[in-house]
Design a protein around this ligand. Structure first.
Ligand code: AMP
Length: 284
């Protein structure tokens, strides 16, 4: 596995791969790698492309300075996990090279309105501006590629897809299924901060989602999510049924496959989860 930090070397590496006839797969991460990231690496590898993984804790997407400072950093383990799961080139750019003016306001910002303003965008002001801006830069540096993202961050995936459509970027976005621990909890770098008791309560997110497996109206699904979360001793941020592209809230007239979203704070740790859900109109 190659290790790269310089932006010019990264750009040349990707250009050389394409010149020699290989496709390029990109897997953006913020490090503290776990099985969810490893599954993305393996999916990228299975596509037959040369796999570039990036590891960059992007300060511009943190709406809370404490969260940025306490974000886990495990560079040695990350390199091992990347190597063992098929990454060909691990890119760890410096903050100065990615955002030369940081912490002063950076002039260029990519904002994806609509989908980027709702839910996580509303709860964490500026978050998706930070995400879209950094992902745009990763795409520009990598060049034409297939980019792998997890459905764990389903709204992030929608924001990235919207940006690629609107800016006609030469990137094929591939969404990959959520990896869960055996007890159902979606794997996340933040789970390490959960005490055993908090973890037990955090399971209410996946339990609520598992309970919306049968077709029903949007209101009934929403009520079910709320009931499970409200009874679990956690602070629910939102529990909604939304259109998977626009993230607009679904009405009871709608039919078909939509997305159930849940977000909650469990003992100070913010967790999100989601699942596909089937709607049938009221009275059908
Ligand atoms: P992060 O390092 O948290 O920014 O995540 C990097 C990528 O890994 C994003 O595309 C995430 O959606 C994805 N990811 C994180 N956790 C999981 C998971 N449990 N299952 C699938 N993908 C995940």
């Amino acid at each position: 596995m190659e290790h790269v930090s310089d932006l010019g070397t990264w750009r040349s590496y990707a250009n050389e791969q394409r010149a020699s006839g290989r496709g390029v797969a990109l897997v953006p991460t913020m490090g503290a790698l776990h099985e969810g990231h490893a599954a993305l690496f393996r999916a990228a590898k299975a596509s037959g492309d040369v796999v570039i993984a990036t590891l960059f804790v992007n300060p511009r997407q943190f709406d809370n300075g404490d969260d940025l400072v306490s974000y886990p950093r495990t560079p040695e383990d990350d390199a091992l996990i990347a190597k063992e799961n098929g990454v060909d080139c691990l890119v760890v750019p410096t903050l100065e090279s990615m955002w030369p003016d940081y912490p002063h306001a950076t002039s260029t910002t990519v904002s994806v309105h609509g989908v980027g303003d709702l839910f996580e965008g509303a709860e964490r002001p500026g978050h998706f501006d930070g995400v879209a801006s950094v992902v745009a830069k990763l795409f520009i540096l990598t060049g034409p590629c297939r980019a792998f993202f997890g459905e764990k961050d389903f709204q992030q995936l929608a924001v990235v897809r919207q940006m690629v459509r609107d800016l006609a970027l030469e990137v094929q976005v591939v969404g990959c299924p959520i990896v869960r621990d055996p007890d159902g909890l979606a794997v996340s770098s933040r789970n390490r901060y959960l005490s055993p008791d908090a973890r037990r309560r955090a399971l209410s997110l996946s339990r609520a989602l598992a309970g919306v497996g049968n077709p029903d109206t949007a209101s009934n699904h929403r009520r079910h999510l709320r009931e499970v979360l409200d009874g679990a001793g956690i602070v629910t941020s939102y529990a909604e049924i939304v259109d998977p592209v626009t993230f607009e809230v679904c009405s009871d007239d709608e039919a078909g496959v939509r997305r159930a979203l849940v977000a909650a704070v469990v003992d100070g740790v913010r967790l999100i989860d989601n699942a596909a859900v089937t709607l049938v109109p009221r009275g059908a």
